[in-house]
Design a protein around this ligand. Structure first.
Ligand code: TXA
Ligand code: MG
Length: 322
């Protein structure tokens, strides 16, 4: 069983650094979700990530670095848009896809000639990246296709038998994964909506192409139609529509943006007392996990407004319901 250490303790960081340098995996907190990290330059360690997650090798990994200064070591086409976005959003929940340097193994990038780079802002992630002084490949620390973990306990519940060490940094403040923005062509493309909103990106670099619908995109398997999915069937309904009456003899759960009076549901979860989308994102994955373990036949999910981080919430809900 994995050991959980308090990531704010310097001893824990040293232990994690030694493990990463020895080619082992370490789960660590970021401001978005917990990551399952390995030395990105060590192919054997990276191969372990794919094995532990049961992740298909066509799905490339995000490489986490301490700061912008190390980007030229791993990427080549760092243009003005990249510099502007890094300056505005790093450290933070934005991942940039750039043309890769040969030092990044093909296994990390699934054979693409591009690499996804991100500088996380969580203090434990920052302490780890600073001390290890290596690029860390890290997908979300969950079995492929399942809901991402937002606490150390979520990681232990799903992967505790397969890994040795989990750094605990408390619940993730953002709660949905980073925004993935590709800058490899003239037109910037949002491959995955996430913690930084499309509006915020556009305010810095102008219009971007945004994947509005959950079309499978071979460039970013995080955009596969069924992903981030709990086991219980989810049914999305439009925001503000009357709620369906739960079928007699069925245990139906309900996921709402904010509290309201309902009848007949076995379990009701809401994402934010005041209907705040940022708070809702932070609570989303933990709520989905609770609903998934409540012994329900199905869950009705009310849509949230699709603006700001609401776009990332709806993206995850659509895939979870697919
Ligand atoms: O918030 C996050 O991004 C978290 C934390 C741990 O940093 N990580 C995360 O990783 O969500 P993962 O592996 O679950 O999702 C990475 C996404 C996938 O959709 C993947 O296809 C895409 O990034 N991606 C990675 N490298 C890419 C590349 N070279 N080109 C296009 N998409 C890429
Ligand atoms: Mg993931």
């Amino acid at each position: 069983m994995a050991t959980i250490l308090d990531g704010n303790n310097p001893y824990a960081i040293r232990t994690a650094v030694e493990a990463l340098r020895a080619g082992e995996l370490v789960a660590f907190p970021t401001e978005t979700v917990y990551g399952l990290g390995a030395n990105a330059l060590d192919e054997r360690a990276v191969a372990r990530i794919f094995a532990v997650k049961n992740r298909p090798h066509f799905d490339p990994l995000i490489v986490h670095v301490f700061d912008e200064a190390s980007v030229p070591q791993y990427a080549t086409d760092v243009d003005r848009r990249a510099v502007a976005l890094m300056g505005r959003f790093w450290p933070g929940p934005l991942t940039l896809v750039l043309r890769k340097q040969p030092i990044i193994p093909d296994l990390v990038t699934a054979g693409f000639d591009t690499v996804a780079l991100r500088v996380p802002s969580h203090p434990v992630a920052r302490a780890l990246l600073k001390e290890v002084n290596l690029p860390i490949a890290a997908p979300s620390a969950n079995p492929f296709g399942y809901v991402s973990p937002t606490t150390a306990e979520h990681v232990r519940d799903m992967l505790g038998d397969a890994i040795g060490l989990i750094l605990n940094g408390g619940p993730c403040a953002v709660g949905v994964e980073s925004t993935v923005c590709a800058l490899t062509e003239e037109q910037a493309v949002i491959l995955r909506p996430g913690g930084v909103s499309v509006e915020e990106v556009e305010a810095v670099i102008g219009p971007v192409t945004a994947g509005q619908s959950p079309q499978p995109d071979r460039r970013s398997p995080g955009t596969l139609p069924s992903h981030y999915a709990p086991r219980v069937p989810l049914f999305l309904i439009a925001c503000g529509t009357p709620l369906p009456r739960p079928a007699a003899g069925e245990r139906t759960g309900l996921l709402l943006l904010q509290p309201r009076l309902v009848e007949g549901y076995a379990t009701v979860e809401y994402l934010s007392q005041g209907g705040n989308l940022i708070e809702a994102a932070a609570n989303l994955f933990a709520a989905l996990r609770r609903l998934d373990s409540a012994g329900l036949d199905r869950v009705i999910v009310e849509s949230v407004p699709e603006c700001g981080i609401g776009r990332a919430i709806m993206d995850r809900l659509r895939r979870a319901a697919a």
